[in-house]
Design a protein around this ligand. Structure first.
Ligand code: PEP
Length: 251
């Protein structure tokens, strides 16, 4: 049985003082944090100082994106090896904002996923349907196609112990959430798909997160469903007072 995984996605928010303030607050919760896995995905420029700033807190940190290339003349890009070098354990891959604003398609996301995996990083693969797809009943088809693009490149060994985050695009930053039955059905389908592709043992090593408008008042309900192994939290992760109740709901 895994510990639940809670991932904060700060997106393009916060400065180093905000990170220091968050970490000072997290120090008070060290005994709670030992019972879960908590990862802060802060903006890339701050990753280098996380080891120093986190002062032996039982947390990890990760990036929000990476290049699919290993090195070379790719101005502005950051490689998997560089993220490993600054102590990252995780990297978010295929977040819907990357897909929407930066044209990342399933194939490109899959290449990034593989680049992460070929280093020592654990990719957090984001999948999720847009509102119109949700309304047309295409959720499972969309989500499984996003997953299949990666599965086509990954052996069971590659895929083991990685993370998938189901994030309906229409739930991100909107205050809207799917019903518990909708989350249950997507997560059950993701697990079944992994069993079909690989086997039950491999599937059980993969943590399935839910993300999209998680807050103190819905975290316990959504994050304790079967096949939900934790959460990916955007807006509410920026302040300790809105973040802490979410991970405390898992204890
Ligand atoms: C996200 O961007 O991954 C996310 C879940 O955002 P929010 O929690 O703000 O909906």
């Amino acid at each position: 049985m895994h510990k639940k995984l809670v991932v904060a996605n700060w997106k393009m928010n916060g400065l180093s003082a905000d990170i220091s303030a968050m970490l000072a607050c997290l120090q008070k919760d060290a005994s709670i944090l030992n019972q879960i896995d908590l990862c802060l995905c802060v903006p890339a420029v701050f990753l280098n100082s996380m080891a120093f700033l986190s002062k032996k807190l039982p947390i990890s940190w990760g990036a929000q994106n990476l290049s699919d290339k290993a090195e070379g003349a790719f101005t502005g890009e950051i490689s998997a090896a560089m993220l490993c070098d600054v102590g990252c354990r995780y990297v978010i891959v295929g977040h819907s904002e990357r897909r929407q604003y930066y044209g990342e398609n399933n194939q490109w996301v899959a290449k990034k996923w593989l680049a992460a995996r070929q280093s020592r990083l654990t990719p957090i693969l984001c999948v999720g349907e847009r509102l119109e797809e949700h309304e047309k009943g295409e959720t499972l088809a969309v989500v499984l196609a996003q997953l299949d693009a990666v599965l086509n490149l990954a052996s069971s060994q590659d895929f083991a112990a990685t993370v998938i985050a189901y994030e309906p695009v229409w739930a991100i930053g909107t205050g809207l959430t799917p019903t518990t039955n909708e989350v249950l059905s997507v997560h059950t389908a993701l697990r079944a798909h992994l069993i079909k592709q690989y086997d039950s043992a491999t599937s059980q090593t993969v943590r399935l997160l839910y993300g999209g408008s998680l807050k103190a008042d819905n975290a316990a309900q959504l994050l304790t469903l079967a096949n939900v192994d934790g959460g990916l939290i955007g807006g509410a992760s920026l302040q300790y007072d809105t973040f802490a109740p979410i991970y405390k709901a898992l204890i």
